[in-house]
Design a protein. Structure first.
Length: 256
């Protein structure tokens, strides 16, 4: 009899707990909505990341003529040392510095779509050059196309947010003592009128160090001469251009 009573009490306790929690459902719903909203906001603000890769075949430093197992092991050792040296060459600061310079990867062109910043790279409506600016200087500002011949420049680093310059495209202007040329690209047109593009010039050395750390280099097989280069970046085309240019610069330096 006591066991049956205990079971009924346990069932009543669980039932009471269920109805108690059910009475608080607005708070649970609010918690789910808040957590879901914060998760969506975090996702919406996170820049897209793209993965690109390239395959490189390292030329054998010498013709192999294997006559015995001993020579075969020796050739494998020589090849392994050679490939290791080439990997170090790909990771060299000199190679990456030249790669960044050729691809202009130290200048970002970004536009904001809803909550997310999108890297435009070569799809930017404008191209900004810095004729007399030191490679390791920093500059940032916003360019807004107005019409076919007019742009507005604002949000200069170190300047007041309200300061806006109205300029003609292709003009050489001076911003904080630095000469800058803002030219339209083939993407410049009515679809970009009124759309702000954030331009950020980052010191070349900083960008070179970043990509040196970001590029992954893997030997496909222990005794092979094939390397796989991989890179993640906020723009797919820029990532592919960097990898391809690394190979071009590597070949140029090998010839020199």
């Amino acid at each position: 009899m006591s066991k049956a009573t205990d079971k009924r009490e346990q069932g009543l306790n669980i039932l009471d707990l269920f109805f108690y929690l059910l009475s608080k459902w607005p708070w649970f719903a609010l918690g789910v909505i808040l957590c879901g909203g914060l998760a969506y906001l975090k996702y919406a603000e996170t820049p897209f990341t793209y993965y690109q890769s390239a395959t490189v075949i390292i030329k054998d430093p010498a013709n192999k003529h294997t006559y015995s197992a001993g020579f075969d092991r020796y050739d494998n050792l020589v090849n392994k040392v050679h490939v290791t040296n080439e990997i170090l060459q790909f990771r060299s600061k000199k190679l990456m510095r030249e790669t960044v310079r050729r691809t202009k990867a130290n200048v970002n062109y970004q536009t904001k779509i809803k909550f997310r910043w999108i890297e435009l790279y070569t799809n930017s409506p404008i191209n900004v050059t810095f004729p007399e600016v030191m490679q390791n200087s920093y500059a940032t500002f916003t360019v807004t196309p107005v019409d076919e011949n007019t742009i507005e420049v604002s949000h200069l680093a170190g300047a007041e947010d309200t300061q806006v310059y109205t300029l003609k495209v292709n003009d050489t202007i001076t911003l904080h003592g630095q000469k800058v040329v803002i030219a339209p690209t083939t993407h410049y047109g009515e679809s970009w009128y009124g759309e702000a593009v954030k331009v950020e010039k980052i010191p070349l050395e900083w960008v070179a160090d970043r990509y040196r750390a970001a590029v992954g280099i893997r030997q496909e097989s222990e005794e092979g001469s094939i390397l796989k280069l991989a890179l993640k970046d906020n723009n797919a085309l820029r990532a592919q251009n960097i990898l391809n240019t690394m190979v071009v610069v590597y070949n140029d330096q090998a010839v020199d």
